[in-house]
Design a protein around this ligand. Structure first.
Ligand SMILES: Nc1ncnc2c1ncn2[C@@H]1O[C@H](COP(=O)(O)OP(=O)(O)OP(=O)(O)O)[C@@H](O)[C@H]1O
Length: 379
């Protein structure tokens, strides 16, 4: 349903209706079978009860007749047997649910007991006074846990200086976004160290480290709440006034459009059915969010590459304001946005191949040069 417009554009409604019906019918059949088996189980359990009644009464009737038992004893025994057999019947009919619940609980409990080596709730780890934002990746080797044998970063070295923008370029899959995940401490490297102001980030408090970082991705993520709530999302240590929200939105070129919505800052955004906001507008809201956090370090992962040219310019302008004076690690496919970066680094197969300012890297006549030539030709 979320992709209904794309589905309609490609005339694929019938295909998806058939797919839905197939899925529904298969599910229906398997559920019918389950319900029938359960019903049979219940029927057997209930008939077991009546079978006991019939046998017990006929036997006891003969005992009373022969004078071997009196009437009130017969009823006492009847009640005991009745309740006992009812309990047995009920518990057997719950057996399928019991087994399902046991299997589900086992999975949930295993998940609960799984300890992450990187725990954001862990209060341990140091917090630096006046972090400056100097970052150093030193001889990093890294492979994702699910593909432990494939090194994504291989002897990766990079220095991002305080207040400077470092741009990563390279072909798809060379490991650029992985550096961001490592810096956010979502993973630990296999070898090597990542240093913030000279201190290994593995020794830092995870929550504190992440609170220093603003992160803008290609796909702007908004939550199912109002624009204002989306802007202050993640700021947990202080109250943010409405004036502050507005000021940041103005800086991020978002304010003028937000006030055009019927409920301006109280307009609902985010949810699956949200179609009010365009990509550029969403990206400016996430940029406002990053701005309000006042991050020491800003991470940009192709933040403007999904936008049209007009939005691109406005969002880039907003991002440039957030970038000023902050350590910024940016990943970009378009060279125009990174030519002024203090450091341009070309990554190839998880290692740094070329590095320097725009003219320096161009002179190497390698990957960056070829990419630049291609961009010039297209322009
Ligand atoms: N969570 C993951 N688990 C396993 N492998 C992954 C995971 N994320 C990325 N990879 C793999 O790691 C390699 C590097 O991915 P990464 O996203 O860092 O590349 P990239 O240079 O940012 O690419 P792109 O420009 O296409 O975004 C790729 O081969 C990718 O398939």
């Amino acid at each position: 349903m979320q992709n209904i417009r794309t589905v309609a554009t490609f005339n694929q409604e019938e295909f998806f209706i058939n797919k839905y019906e197939d899925a529904f019918n298969n599910d229906f059949k398997s559920r019918m079978f389950k319900i029938q088996t359960q019903a049979l189980g219940k029927a057997i359990a209930n008939s077991f009860l009546y079978f006991i009644h019939v046998t017990a009464f006929s036997y006891r009737a003969s005992l009373v007749e022969n004078g071997e038992m009196i009437f009130d004893q017969v009823f006492r025994v009847f009640i005991v047997i009745n309740f006992a057999s009812m309990s047995v019947g009920r518990s057997t009919s719950a057996m399928p649910d019991y087994n399902l619940a046991k299997a589900a609980a086992r999975r949930i409990l295993a998940l609960r007991d799984q300890k992450s080596t990187i725990d954001p709730y862990d209060d341990n780890g140091s917090k630096l006074n006046n972090a400056r934002g100097n970052i150093k990746f030193h001889d990093i080797n890294f492979a994702y846990p699910t593909r432990a044998k494939r090194l994504v970063l291989n002897k990766f070295n990079l220095t991002c200086l305080e207040g400077q923008t470092t741009a990563l370029v390279g072909s798809s899959g060379c490991g650029k976004s992985t550096t961001i995940s490592l810096l956010l401490h979502f993973y630990d490297p296999k070898n090597g160290r990542i240093l913030l102001d000279g201190q290994d980030i593995q020794t830092l408090n995870v929550n504190w480290l992440r609170s220093l970082i603003g992160y803008i991705r290609q796909e702007p993520i908004l939550f199912d709440r109002t624009i204002a709530e989306n802007i202050v999302y993640g700021i947990n240590d202080r109250q943010v006034s409405f004036e502050e929200i507005q000021k940041a939105a103005k800086q991020a070129n978002a304010h003028d459009e937000i006030i055009l919505f019927p409920k301006d800052y109280n307009t609902h955004s985010g949810g699956v059915e949200d179609t009010q906001l365009g990509g550029g507008q969403k990206q400016r809201i996430t940029t406002t969010r990053a701005l309000l956090r006042k991050p020491k370090i800003l991470l940009l992962d192709e933040a403007t590459s999904a936008l049209d040219n007009k939005s691109k310019g406005i969002v880039q302008n907003a991002i440039d304001k957030v970038r000023a004076g902050r350590t910024c690690l940016t990943i970009a496919h378009r060279l125009t946005t990174i030519q002024n970066s203090g450091n341009i680094t070309v990554v190839e197969h998880g290692s740094v191949r070329e590095q320097g300012r725009h003219e320096e890297v161009l002179r190497k006549k390698g990957f960056y040069y070829r990419l630049h030539q291609a961009t010039v030709e297209v322009s």
